[in-house]
Design a protein around this ligand. Structure first.
Ligand code: 4AD
Length: 447
């Protein structure tokens, strides 16, 4: 007969604490494991199976105890016992189970566990109000673990290629993108903004540190609720000195291909396929396409401007919908290059072969759209000052940026990649919010 556990049997060997991840090497030893009760299956009054969770690696525990009655999901426990492979014909996470000889409750949870708070059928706003509990779910925790790994792979890529990491301020008094998406704030009585991009700061680091990158939060006061816009997002940005536009494209291609390679070589690469079973890595070279070829492509494929009913012409902005149709139909990443100057930012360098164009690039991904944008930067002091004035910006506020063109100007370029959008692509999530720890968008600033 099974023995019901009441107190720890002190004649047993002393148990050493292990994470679930490490138990594979401890079969046959008496161990103790701390964790959260993910699920409980009761068999009769005194016997239960517990799916235990730590860092969201799940694991079955067999227990025989009076306390089984009072235990509910999300409680914390410490379980003592011996780990063994699961019996033939059964399945369990990691193919192992712990046969408990004793357990202690560290912190109880309400009788229904977290079930009354939420489940995946609840309204999205209720799920977001309870994001702190949703995180404990299998899927979200996998995505967040993956995001940590992906971020590390970006860093490893840059360090391997000889970049230095910089830490630009996020409280600023200048703008990189249009004023309409600026978050304004009162900075000790002076007007200031939350940064939209660290580009200008990175440019000032090149003469001091060479090639540089940062992984910093950026902010956009974006009013529309879309599946790919956030008010706060993680911006991976880099700036490189003495490169050509082709070098810039090579570097962006290298970044995307190499980071995916690194993720797939990581010991937890299985997370990618658990979250996105159909994921396929892309090989070099990535497709490069000029804006003018894009316009032709749209015409050849019968995609018209819905407002005018006509085909797109050179000089027109290609809105999100036709752009999406194009990428999804081509169905591979595209480096979309050389836009007309009027459609792009005022600091971009003109194309030496066609002065109507700028040396700019958008990285487009199937299912997501634009995940990165970059360009060569204007190097001439007078041209850049003029461009600031034409855009209604006071050159005095940007003296520090313009000084880069006064004290030893240099050809350089860089880009910004939205980490959240990259994650949306990698994990094939419907919504960008799904890859955020605590997403921020219009109407949502809690918890
Ligand atoms: O294309 P953007 O606006 O480019 C810049 O800010 C440049 N100054 C970057 C640089 O050259 N250093 O933004 C870059 C990327 C976009 O391609 C997109 O992936 C992401 O940032 N992004 C957003 N991600 C989520 N929510 C938003 N509201 C975003 N806005 C931009």
């Amino acid at each position: 007969a099974r023995k019901v556990i009441i107190t720890e049997d002190t004649s047993l060997p002393t148990a050493k604490a292990h994470k679930i991840k490490a138990l594979q090497n401890q079969h046959g030893e008496r161990v103790k494991v701390f964790g959260w009760v993910h699920r409980i299956r009761r068999r009769g009054k005194n016997f239960m199976f517990v799916v235990l969770r730590d860092e969201n690696i799940f694991f079955i525990v067999q227990c025989q105890t009076y306390d089984a009655i009072t235990l509910s999901s999300e409680a914390t426990i410490c379980v003592y016992g011996v780990v063994r492979p699961i019996p033939e014909g059964q399945t369990a996470p990691g193919n192992q189970e712990l046969v408990a000889d004793y357990f202690e409750v560290i912190g109880h949870s309400p009788p229904d566990g977290a079930d009354t708070l939420l489940n995946e059928e609840f309204h999205p706003d209720i799920q977001l109000d309870n994001r702190h509990m949703m995180l404990r779910g299998e899927n979200i925790s996998k995505i967040l673990r993956l995001r940590s790994i992906v971020t590390q792979c970006f860093r490893d890529h840059y360090f391997d290629r000889g970049y230095y990491e910089t830490f630009p301020p996020t409280l600023v008094q200048t703008q990189v993108k249009g004023g309409s998406t600026l978050f304004c704030l009162d900075y000790f009585g002076e007007p200031a903004y939350l940064t939209q991009s660290s580009q200008f700061y990175l440019e000032t680091a090149c003469p001091a540190l060479g090639d540089v990158f940062c992984i910093t939060q950026s902010y956009r006061a974006q009013l529309g609720r879309t599946r790919r816009h956030l008010a706060e997002y993680t911006h991976v940005e880099a700036e490189c000195a003495f490169i050509s536009f082709d070098d810039l494209l090579d570097r962006i291609e290298d970044l995307i291909v190499d980071v995916v390679d690194r993720v797939l070589k990581h010991p937890e690469a299985h997370l990618v396929f658990e979250v996105n079973p159909g994921f396929k890595a892309r090989k070099r070279p990535l497709r490069r396409m000029n804006y003018s070829d894009g316009i032709e492509w749209l015409t050849e494929n019968g995609i018209k401007n819905e407002e005018t009913g006509r085909f797109y012409e050179f000089g027109e902005c290609i809105p999100v919908m036709p752009e999406r149709k194009m990428i999804d139909q081509i169905n591979e990443p595209i480096l979309f290059c050389r836009f007309p100057a009027e459609l792009k930012s005022f600091y971009m360098q003109r194309d030496p072969k066609d002065s109507r164009l700028v040396e700019s690039v958008d990285v487009l991904m199937p299912g997501v759209g634009k995940i990165a944008g970059g360009s060569m930067r204007m190097t001439d002091f007078e041209d850049l000052s003029e461009s600031f004035r034409e855009n209604g910006l006071k050159t005095e506020s940007y003296y520090w940026y313009l000084d880069q063109r006064k004290y030893g100007t240099f050809p350089h370029g860089g880009y910004g990649l939205g980490l959240d959008r990259f994650m949306k692509w990698l994990t094939k999530r419907h919504h960008i919010r799904d890859v955020c720890f605590y997403p921020r968008f219009v109407g949502r600033c809690k918890p």
